[in-house]
Design a protein around this ligand. Structure first.
Ligand SMILES: [Zn+2]
Length: 148
């Protein structure tokens, strides 16, 4: 039983730092992304560090990043403008979550989903971080993908 179940991080002092950052606290995934880049640059960091940081960054992008919902809404070209958590989840409207998942599943609508990933600056950063961390984790997990 922990007091803060929403903090999926091994660092115990993260809660205090998160408060200090205020609204910026929800961008901790970007910080994890920078640490990931540092881990790649610094060869002293082992593959385990890279894998953990990749997983953290990817999880943040897909399930926690503060992006716009973007679910298709009739009469509104940009789609839903509510705040959502993560690229894969919609806003608080439950229907929108299903709509976004449906965009992923049906191939004809997949392009629409991809367009939504680059709808604004915020979404682009989160998408690039998500793709980058995913690839980085893959490379760290599968030896021989990158010639060292
Ligand atoms: Zn929505």
């Amino acid at each position: 039983m922990t007091a803060a179940p929403e903090l999926q991080t091994p660092h115990g002092d993260f809660g205090a730092r998160r408060k200090a950052f205020g609204g910026l606290g929800q961008w901790w995934g970007v910080l994890a992304g920078f640490l990931l880049i540092a881990a790649w640059v610094n060869s002293a960091a082992g593959p385990a560090v890279v894998i953990v940081l990749s997983a953290l960054t990817a999880a943040w992008c897909f399930f926690q990043a503060p992006v716009t919902c973007g679910a298709p809404v009739r009469g509104c070209e940009d789609g839903c403008r509510n705040n959502a958590s993560g690229l894969l989840l919609g806003c608080h409207i439950r229907q929108h979550r299903w709509q976004k998942l449906r965009l992923l599943i049906f191939r004809r609508q997949f392009r629409e989903f991809c367009a939504g990933l680059f709808s604004d600056g915020k979404a682009t950063i989160v998408t690039l971080a998500g793709v980058g961390s995913f690839v980085s984790g893959l490379v760290a997990l599968v030896p021989g993908v990158v010639v060292r």
